[in-house]
Design a protein around this ligand. Sequence first.
Ligand code: ADP
Ligand code: ZN
Ligand code: ZN
Length: 691
Amino acid sequence: LFLTNERHHLRVAVDAPQHSGLSGCLDYSSAQALEPGTLVSVPFGQRQVCGIVWRGEPQELGDIAIKPVSQVLYVLPALSERWCKLAQFAASYYQRSLGEMALSVLPPELRKLDNSQLENRLVRLHKNLAPLEVSTPITPPELNLEQATIVAQLDTLNITGTSSVVLLHGLTGSGKTEVYLRAAEQALAKGQQVLVLVPEINLTPQLEARFMERFSGGSTPRRIVSLHSGLSPAQRLKNWLTAHLGLADLVLGTRLAVFASMPRLGLIVVDEEHDPSYKQQEGARYSARDLAVYRGKLESACVLLGSATPSLESWHRANESRYVRLTLPTRVGGGALPKVRLIDMGVLPKVKGGDTSLTPPLVAALAQRIERSEQSLIFLNRRGYSPVLHCMACTWKSGCPYCSAWRVFHKLDRTLRCHHCGFAQPVPRACPDCGNPDIAAIGQGTERLEELLSAALPGARIARIDADSTQKKGALETQLASVHSGEVDILVGTQMVTKGHDFRRMTLVAAVNPDGALFSSDFRAPERLFAMLMQAAGRAGRSAEQAERSEMWIQTWFPKHPLYAALCEHDYNAFAASQLNERKIAGLPPFTHLGLLRAEAKTADAARAFLQTAAEILSQFPGADQLLVYPAVPTAVARVANIERMQMLIEGSSRVVLQRVLTSWMASLPALRRQHKGILRWALDVDPLAI
Ligand code: ADP
Ligand code: ZN
Ligand code: ZN
């Protein structure tokens, strides 16, 4: 062994919170030179923390003593340079500190372990690794002409070796997943790893089952792991390590899996790419879909974005030929989309008591389905019994004392519950203001709809699926299974039921009260509504013999609205064209780019003052004249748990200019916050989804 006194200076990314003002890496010393991407343990304040050796020149610190690295996690291969670049990009694009970004996306368990603990984990991992067993290969379905054409095109794109982004547009049931499977097969055959992203945890088992069936056996069996927040910390670490060590060929997961370390990544699939769940809503507010596209470029990997209703951002890029658009125009096996019927609420006779959701024609249609042993789905995006209770004598309504929102009446346990802060109380026997015992419910939630249905259709087997009915672990699976096995005639639910589930016997889907989103202050509300209704429609008519008589009903007060007209024709293209035209005229994304600064304080004035001063600071940075800063306004639900929330939108036509200004701005906000004592929390959201 050759010993010298020479010390190597290193940059190390550590998780310093954004508000600490430390944005990048810290300097440490080490006896050996360390490859960038190596995990280390370093002293940080009074603690030992996990860090990642980062590329870059250490700062000139003169005589200041640099602390040595405490431990090098040499048992693990370093994170790749491409992985580091992804983390670096995500940090700078979403305006977070590099260390926070890079470390927060590692499995939390990994950050706690030292060399010997990690070594133990690795030994156990290798020992318990399920062996790959060769078996008789299953025969995949023969591709239809459209699928075959697309798979051939993907192969050509892949052979040219340039990374490309493909937007796969196809209805529910048009065979997109089969295309993913074939694309994966091509990549796997080349020895590459495949990453598949899905929007929600409860969709992972279904997709995992299809990938397992196709790839876990055969002549070259593959290893498949999942990554999502529902795994235990130990399981998540194990799966992450399996991917990092290159032992897993396929990684399936939710948005956090976009950061999985995969040394041979060759294909990224983003299923339901339009889904808002791809955007992280706290901490580093990244979009996994957008990062997947960036990662594809870094890794020279093909990115496959699939949806029946692509996000307008992706659609616009395809229009500009930045993405390759491939279309699957028909449902496999001849299943047609259900016929859409608009039920004009304006011409129906008024019902006493205002119970308008369950209209007589709908009851008749449901009865008919039951007679034919078919199933129906009723979709209402509001859980609970009734969104508000009110007194018939005075003006009392069931407001939340801590939020600017109504408390929802839940009849099952007779509580008034706030869906924003969780505050719950037993329902009062009489009006708390005037003592009048006559308290009435206004409006409907899923719970009440379920009750009305039982009354209108005695003997009907009704199930309800929403956040309340699925709280217990496994409840959702049990309920879905009973729908699949035919034990349910009518399924009532929130948007939870519209995603991904393939109900074979469903011939009627009804949206009973979808109008709200047409007039929302959020410019994306129509896009979300259209996607949701298309997705709901996709639940019906999945088998050819039922397609004929399948229907989707929309009960609306605005039957002439262009959104519903496009829906009747199942015409996403027309809807997208008209929305993009509106966005262009209004100067909204994807034609402009947005940042949103949010502030929370005890009073609205304190929050506003912070945002206004922040706006003044912003105006002084070069490039600010090319941005539009909107006045600070309260958020949609302005007060939650007695905290006032305000937001301020910043808009720019150049992403580069917006980015540059935001970066300078972010550096000055921690100091500003210290001057504004009343501010409890603040955050910047780049490319915000909900406004
Ligand atoms: P999507 O992902 O667009 O909803 P899927 O790929 O799940 O569509 O296909 C819908 C159904 O049709 C699935 O049951 C699938 O197994 C089947 N399928 C897909 N492609 C074919 C094909 N070429 N031949 C026969 N069945 C197919
Ligand atoms: Zn009263
Ligand atoms: Zn509340």
